[in-house]
Design a protein around this ligand. Structure first.
Ligand code: GLC
Length: 754
């Protein structure tokens, strides 16, 4: 008997061993067949609150990663690592018991990358960024963040790209392509309609289907179709009454059926009640992962609320992701990416993206050796990037005093000393009362007018740095944030009056994470430069531009309105005057518990153009040290849509690059449409004086379509279209026409159709 049992045992082991395939890219279904229910459930939930993950974050190979997928050793399934963030890899810079550091490069924030209007540049930056993801051992970068700039006060706008879906979507596609060129993944986020931080876990975004399709989903669609991100991150919020992570309309009908997405969907970082609904909706992975979620999935499969087929569908998406990862390939990462080379990439990218908003009487460029009075506490407390999961642990940040000195200027030492002393005093005064050092921006401090008068005499010009920061988890304010503070306004007035009295120029540098008010004070400055939050090397790039070593070629990816309430969305946005109101009983709070996107498609320049609202600086605007001529365009109807080309010539005295925008108004009749919409864009190479370059674009009939909500389809109207080549949305330089001979329609799923 004993002998028979031992033979049986051996046979059983052999059969289990035989039935236990080692995962490869070609045997995923076989592995799924061999997995137990518990193993499948394990794979659909991250391990961030399990001992093995704690081990990873505390002692493992990728400390500081945001989350992971869990290993199943008997199939050779490794743990994979998911790490933030859009402006650079976010991991712990130091490790217990380890003398070396693990800094990452702080690249320019998303808004500055988009200001380049240069998809090749974006791809170059994110190729370097993706190399740090690979060489520090992560598998997915939780980026790009692409939510539309619906309103200037969204706290995370710095991570995002634009008010326009075509600019945003194409920059996102380039971003994804660059990162994934390293054979690591991305996670385009936050899908979808996550356009505010206030109550972000619960806010219900109420968006018309047309505004969804044409604006808030369109940039995701462009990026998914063009660049095929490995993963998509669903957002925290609700959309039209359903959490996005539980929305079959969004995650299966739109993302997979309409757009053909074949990757993996993960949640944002939180455990909601409706795990079962998420699994059924097509959300494959729950992050950061909570044991409860695994138990919910097992129970739901057992009682039929989740079918085996659905469970296996999601497991298959996770396994298809895993077999692509460096962790699965056993890639031996170096922990030693070339940070010096990447710092140069960051500096070059910032220099090619910074926007010159004002340059009266060619104030800029300066000669480069001037004596400069440098005002503003942000000249020392320089903002390289935003806060939250988008913050990068960088080795250094060059401040404005250093950046300008590096460019050859001599900085009046009294002011930096004054600001540094204040920062030290602030830190010391907080320390003695047991407070942490300020991890938020320092408010501006006054400079006595007598001091400014003295400095106006000793220096050749004044540079005033206005700083703003923002971040995840909270939205900005109108007062003292979108608008200048009293101290800032007083400083600007005094510097402007006293330096102009002395016959000296005044340059303002906007080191901001998002749009601020400019109309009321821009006349005080001779020049205004907008570097946004330009990364650890950004101040060097500012110095390069002020000294004329680089000719600025950035353009605005969103409008600078005259006042906050010129945006239609401002009447349905949680600014500080409504954000802290108390709920009355169980009444949901407007703009906090739900946000009504009542403005529909009238976002940004679409609104300002159509309704004739004056702006301070228009979408697509940016000055150069040179000038450009646009030839008569050549516009030809194609089989599908049209092709258009234009020749741009540098008519100035210095070399420069020109961002060219292609706008198309829709033909009369049919749906109410914007005056014009951006349909394509490009950027010339560096053109010497007199040099020309021809840029050509192809626009499909589908790209011209508007969404007819009543018919639930895309419609391209028949008729004459006027194609405008522009240097900004407010400056069409030349026009051509083409005729769409027949109307075109494209059906979509019935997602969000009531
Ligand atoms: C955060 C953010 C998301 C980030 C994730 C992991 O809550 O919303 O952008 O990638 O958690 O840190």
């Amino acid at each position: 008997m004993k002998k028979a049992l031992s033979v049986l045992g051996a046979l059983l082991c052999a059969s289990v061993a035989f039935a236990q395939p080692e995962l490869t890219a070609d045997n995923i279904d076989e592995v799924i067949k061999s997995m137990t229910l518990e193993e499948k459930a394990t794979l659909l939930v991250g391990g961030a609150v399990t001992p093995e993950f704690d081990a990873v974050t505390l002692t493992g190979p990728v400390q500081g990663a945001a989350g992971n997928t869990r290993p199943i050793e008997r199939f050779g399934i490794p743990m994979t690592y998911l790490a933030d963030g859009p402006a650079g890899l976010r991991i712990k810079p130091t490790r217990e018991g380890c003398s070396r550091t693990f800094y990452c490069t702080g690249f320019p924030v998303g808004t500055l990358l988009a200001s380049s209007w240069d998809v090749e540049l974006v791809q170059k930056v994110t190729s370097a960024l993706g190399n740090e993801v690979l060489e520090y051992g992560a598998d997915v970068l939780l980026a790009p963040g692409v939510n539309i700039h619906r309103n200037p006060l969204c706290g995370r706008n710095f991570e995002y790209f634009s008010e326009d879906p075509v600019l945003s979507g194409n920059v996102a596609a380039a971003y994804i392509t660059g990162v994934q060129s390293n054979n690591v993944g991305t996670s385009i986020k936050h899908f979808a309609a996550n356009n505010q931080e206030t109550n972000r876990l619960e806010d219900d975004a109420r968006v018309s289907v047309r505004a969804l399709r044409e604006i808030y989903l369109k940039n995701f669609e462009i990026a998914v179709r063009k660049a095929r991100p490995w993963t998509v991150m669903s957002s925290y919020n609700s959309l039209n009454g359903e959490y996005t992570q539980q929305s079959e309309d969004l995650l299966t009908k739109v993302l997979r059926q309409d757009w053909g997405f074949e990757g993996m969907v993960m949640t944002d970082w939180g455990c909601k009640e409706g795990t079962v609904k998420s699994v059924n909706a097509g959300n494959d992975l729950m992050e950061p992962g909570n044991r409860t979620e695994t138990e919910r999935i097992v129970a739901a499969v057992r009682d039929g609320r989740i079918t085996e087929e659905t469970l296996d569908r999601n497991v298959r998406n996770v396994l298809r992701y895993i077999v692509r990862t460096p962790s699965f390939r056993g890639y031996r990462f170096s922990n030693n990416p070339d940070l010096k080379a990447h710092a140069l990439v960051a500096r070059e990218a910032a220099a090619q993206s910074i926007v010159l908003l004002r340059n009266e009487d060619s104030t800029l460029p300066l000669k480069g050796d001037e004596k400069i009075a440098l005002y503003g506490i942000s000249s020392i407390d320089f903002v390289a990037g935003g806060t939250g999961s988008g913050e990068v642990n960088k080795a250094y940040v060059v401040n404005m005093a250093e950046g300008m000195q590096n460019a050859g200027f001599s900085i009046d030492p009294d002011l930096p000393d004054y600001y540094r002393a204040h920062i030290r005093y602030d830190a010391a005064s907080r320390k003695i009362i047991g407070k942490e050092p300020r991890d938020w921006r320092f408010p501006e401090i006054p400079v006595p007018a007598d001091a400014i008068r003295l400095q106006a005499g000793k220096n050749d010009a004044a540079v005033v740095v206005i700083g703003r920061n923002a971040g995840e988890g909270s939205d900005r304010n109108v007062a003292d944030d979108f608008e200048l503070t009293v101290t800032e306004r007083e400083l600007l007035n005094n510097v402007s009056n006293l330096f102009h009295q002395a016959g000296k120029k005044v340059i303002v540098v906007l080191n901001v994470g998002g749009v601020i008010e400019t109309a009321s004070w821009k006349h005080l400055a001779d020049a205004i430069l907008l570097p946004w939050s330009p990364g650890q090397e950004g101040a060097n790039a500012v110095g390069d531009i002020l000294a004329g070593r680089v000719n600025p070629s950035g353009k605005l990816p969103m409008t600078f309105p005259v006042t906050f309430f010129d945006h239609l969305s401002s009447f349905n946005f949680p600014h500080e005057y409504v954000r802290d109101l108390r709920r009355v009983g169980n009444e949901p709070l407007k703009d906090v518990d739900y946000t009504d996107y009542a403005e529909g498609i009238w976002v940004g320049y679409r609104h300002f153009d159509k309704h004739g609202v004056e702006v301070s600086y228009p979408f697509g605007f940016g000055l150069s040290y040179t000038s450009f001529d646009y030839s008569k365009p050549v516009v030809k109807a194609g089989k599908d849509g049209f092709t258009a080309s234009v020749t741009v010539t540098n008519t100035g005295r210095v070399a420069g690059r020109e961002g060219v925008q292609l706008y198309v108004p829709a033909p009369e009749g049919g749906l109410e449409k914007p005056e014009k919409e951006l349909k394509a864009f490009g950027k010339t190479a560096l053109l010497k004086p007199g040099e020309s370059q021809t840029l050509s674009f192809t626009v499909s009939a589908y790209e011209l379509a508007s969404f007819n909500e009543g018919a639930n389809r895309w419609e391209t109207a028949k008729g004459a279209y006027t194609v405008g080549f522009a240097s900004s949305s407010a400056c069409i330089r030349c026009k051509g026409t083409f005729r769409q001979t027949a109307p075109q329609c494209r059906a979509v799923s019935d997602a969000f159709v009531k």
